[in-house]
Design a protein around this ligand. Structure first.
Ligand code: GAR
Length: 197
């Protein structure tokens, strides 16, 4: 299984998956990293790991169709068969989705279908969870389709929201769970326990 990553910021989820590959916990190879953010931690991590990496964004490709096609070209050139969104804050284009049907995964820092959709990402999810007074939150791994946070849910993990929690404490606790959940879910896919269409 060749993994291609799309990431916008720190890339800690991506690192967790790479570490699991390196440790032999995942029968997979991290083969390419693409980021829309030239200064992202994800690109730095990729360089440290000697994984080919590319900055592709509206700056390098002002036309969204061109950008989508370039992303696909890079993924195909590296023989990617599973696309891992790891804190990727852009919508995945139609050509990418058509080229890897059912094989683009995302991790979301909340319990979808709640607290998802357009504008609901990163810290905003935790702020919304606290504002709603939810007693439980968590993380979700799902298949990506054309609508934000909408595709089939593959796995979830839950955590209690404490009275003393802030968006920062919640983000930290959920992120640690995300790392484990993403690795475990990819492993279950590789083992055939979870079937992707
Ligand atoms: C993670 O919490 C991830 O779930 C979230 O951004 C963070 C990225 O952290 N993704 C989204 O909100 C996507 N809708 P990372 O860059 O350290 O992996």
């Amino acid at each position: 299984m060749n993994l291609g990553f799309l990431a916008s910021h720190n890339g800690s989820n991506m690192q967790a998956v790479i570490d699991a590959c390196r440790a032999g916990r995942l029968a997979a190879s991290p083969v390419v990293v693409i980021s829309n953010n030239v200064d992202s931690g994800a690109l730095e991590r990729a360089r440290n790991e000697r994984i080919p990496c590319f900055h592709l964004s509206g700056r390098t490709h002002p036309d969204p169709g061109d950008l989508d096609r370039e992303i696909v070209d890079v993924l195909l050139e590296h023989d990617v068969n599973l696309v891992i969104l790891a804190g990727y804050m852009k919508k995945v284009g139609p050509v990418t989705l058509a080229t890897f049907p059912g094989h683009v995964l995302n991790i979301h820092p909340g319990l979808l279908p709640d607290f998802g959709g357009r504008g609901m990402y990163g810290r905003r999810v935790h702020e919304a969870v606290l504002a709603a007074g939810a007693g439980t939150t968590g993380a979700t791994v799902h298949v990506v389709d054309a609508i934000y946070d909408n595709g089939p849910i593959l796995a979830q993990t839950k955590v209690e929201v404490k009275k003393t929690d802030t968006a920062d404490t919640l983000a930290r606790r959920v992120l640690a769970l995300e790392h484990e959940l993403y690795v475990e879910t990819i492993d279950r896919i590789i083992r055939g326990e979870i079937k992707l269409t």
